[in-house]
Ligand binder design. Structure first.
Ligand code: SF4
Length: 484
């Protein structure tokens, strides 16, 4: 999962890109990059700066000052394909045709097939990133016919849609021409656009989450439709077209875990969805286990706070902060390597003994992926004197890999794969484990038009080539782990 931001029509694109990316930092903490273009000095080329690290570490004031121009794109990376080195930091840039830069959020399922196809047509690729393949495919089509306006952009998107299987939200900067943005035909990964007027002058921006737009005064914010492409040209004229639409399947995990509560995705406030998730869990508990005695409800900070507080209120049980997170350690799940993940877990959460000791504690987490965190939390609560530990997950059991940009591409790493709920309960050591069910999840979001493949196994795209992708991920993880 990554964050993308693009802007056109402002005096200082780098400043807006920086702010946008800081507000998308939770989507990827591994690397960051920016590229800009100055319409007032078109012969001076594009300016690019990217590196491994957090946005605030990668971009000093001096570096931002050098990134002049009125349009640009930015990226915060969380690697799912590639070994995570500096060569793979986005945006990618090709000089031909016209000077095209690309950044994207998602995953290309048939990456290896496309890479081989490009290799056979004598294209040299310098990284292990699927973003580079996407850029090459787009550029080949964009440069293949006549024109360099919206018709060329839409033709290229059409070709990308035809060739690429996966979940992807893409932003593109074409030097001297404009900004393009598009989503995959199922709209699996999020992408929104907004506009603002300053002194009668319009500007447009695109982002993975609405918060990166609203915080900078953008209005009329809307999600790009599944399969839609938008091109804002150098005259700030907006061209849009749904190029290829399939069954809408936005990722349900965005609501539960990835997006921040302040964001709105597909017209639904994440905060409200998380509250609904708590209510759904409370209703399930009351119906199925009315005899369960709970003294206190505590969240696993931070994502599950909203749901835990709604659950506690509905159960009429006190809500307390029983686990405190060290805010200088990143999300364990976001860290791409298991070894780093486990070490981070030991340091990340600290219990408040006075909240836990002698109590029947219901702990609420957003989801259970590998079980590493859940197991450690149960241990921590027991070490702090909990009489009982009831573990609840606002997301149903994750039994299938995600091939669309969330880092669980191998079923063997999922604790619920091949296990019953009782077996997972035993594995994590809880007195009771309660999962949300799919229907509760859909009711909480308010629609059934969602990707729930990691739960149900019903993938919105073909699963052809997923084996190769899984194998590739295994190889990259082994390489990355050996570097640790
Ligand atoms: S498989 Fe799960 S995590 Fe992946 S896109 Fe679908 S809902 Fe999201």
């Amino acid at each position: 999962m990554c964050g993308v931001f693009a802007v056109i029509g402002v005096e200082n694109a780098a400043a807006e890109l920086y702010v946008g990316m800081v507000h998308l930092q939770h989507r990827g903490q591994d690397a960051a990059g920016l590229i800009t273009f100055d319409f007032k000095d078109p012969n001076n080329g594009v300016k690019i700066s990217k590196d491994i690290g957090l946005v605030s570490d990668v971009f000093t004031e001096q570096k931002l000052m050098a990134l002049d121009g009125q349009m640009g794109i930015g990226h915060t990376r969380y690697p799912t394909v590639g070994v995570g080195d500096v060569k793979e930091v986005q945006p990618f840039f090709n000089r031909y045709p016209d000077g095209i830069a690309l950044a994207f959020n998602g995953n290309i399922v048939n990456y290896l097939v496309l890479k081989e196809k490009l290799r056979m047509s004598r294209v040299y690729l310098s990284s292990n990133s699927d973003g580079e393949v996407l850029l090459q495919l787009f550029g080949d089509s964009y440069g293949s016919g006549s024109g360099n306006g919206p018709e060329a952009v839409f033709r290229a998107v059409k070709d990308v849609h035809r060739e690429v299987i996966g979940g992807y939200a893409v932003v593109i900067m074409i030097a001297n021409k404009g900004i393009a943005a598009f989503r995959d035909p199922n709209g699996i990964r999020p992408l929104l656009m907004g506009e603002k007027s300053l002194n009668g002058k319009k500007s447009y921006a695109f982002a993975s989450e609405s918060i990166a737009l609203t915080i900078q005064g953008y209005e009329n914010i809307r999600d790009l439709k599944p399969g839609e492409a938008v091109f804002v040209d150098s005259q700030l004229k907006v061209h849009s077209e749904v190029i290829q639409a399939a069954e809408p399947s936005p990722c349900v995990f965005e609501y539960v875990y990835f997006s921040t509560v302040e964001s709105v995705f597909e017209g639904k406030q994440i905060y409200n969805v998380r509250k609904n998730l708590g209510h759904e869990l409370a209703a399930k508990l009351k119906e199925r286990w009315p005899e369960l005695e709970v003294d206190v409800v505590i969240p696993v900070p931070d994502t599950s706070r909203t749901a835990a507080s709604a659950l506690a209120k509905a159960l009429e049980v006190p809500y307390e902060e029983g686990l405190i997170k060290n805010r200088y350690i990143g999300r364990t799940f976001i860290m791409p390597v298991q070894k780093i993940r486990e070490n981070a877990m030991k340091l990340k959460l600290k219990p408040i003994e006075s909240v836990i000791k002698g109590k029947k504690v219901m702990v609420v987490d957003d989801s259970i992926v590998r079980g590493t965190t859940s197991r450690r939390i149960v241990e921590l609560l027991r070490e702090s004197g909990a009489k009982k530990v009831y573990f609840t997950s606002t997301f149903p059991p994750i039994r299938n890999p995600c091939y669309y940009g969330i880092d669980f591409q191998r079923k063997e790493e999922l604790i619920a794969h091949g296990r019953t709920i009782e077996e997972v309960e035993k594995e994590i050591g809880a007195d009771k484990l309660i999962y949300q069910d799919v229907e509760g999840l859909q009711r909480a979001v308010g629609t059934e038009k969602l990707c729930t493949a990691c739960v149900t196994g019903k993938y919105p795209t073909t699963t052809e080539h997923t084996k190769e992708l899984t194998e590739l991920r295994r190889k990259h993880l082994a390489q990355a782990t050996s570097k640790c």
